[in-house]
Design a protein around this ligand. Structure first.
Ligand code: FES
Length: 111
């Protein structure tokens, strides 16, 4: 599922309610400024946002599996840290992280 947002200012934008993101899954926000941004939900109901593009060969991280605070890319199984966007060693690379937060059951994105 995806949501379109406007990029008129760098500020917190309401994305959706937490319930609209599956546990251990994601939701894609389409940003005209930054491209697709994947919002991930962990089993602890934490939310993280990353550019939806694997640092290896551009795989869609939003279609990967979340485990702990990492997501496994669906193409070649690199593991990417949700909080940093950095690949877990021995792989090397980084995708851009964005600030995301949860307040009163609502997910917010700063992009
Ligand atoms: S494109 Fe993600 S691991 Fe290769």
């Amino acid at each position: 599922m995806s949501t379109a947002i406007m990029d008129t200012a760098i500020d917190w934008k309401r994305v959706c309610t937490l319930d609209e993101i599956p546990v251990l899954g994601s939701r894609v926000v389409r940003s005209t400024k930054h491209g697709d941004i994947a919002i991930f939900r962990t089993s602890d109901d934490e939310v993280f946002a990353l550019h939806d593009k694997c640092p290896h060969k551009g795989g869609p991280l939003s279609q990967g599996m979340v485990h702990g605070k990492t997501v496994t890319c669906p193409l070649h199984s690199w593991k990417i840290g949700l909080d940093s966007g950095e690949a877990v060693a021995p792989d090397v690379g980084c995708t851009r992280p964005f600030a995301a937060k949860l307040e009163d059951g609502v997910v917010w994105l700063k992009a």
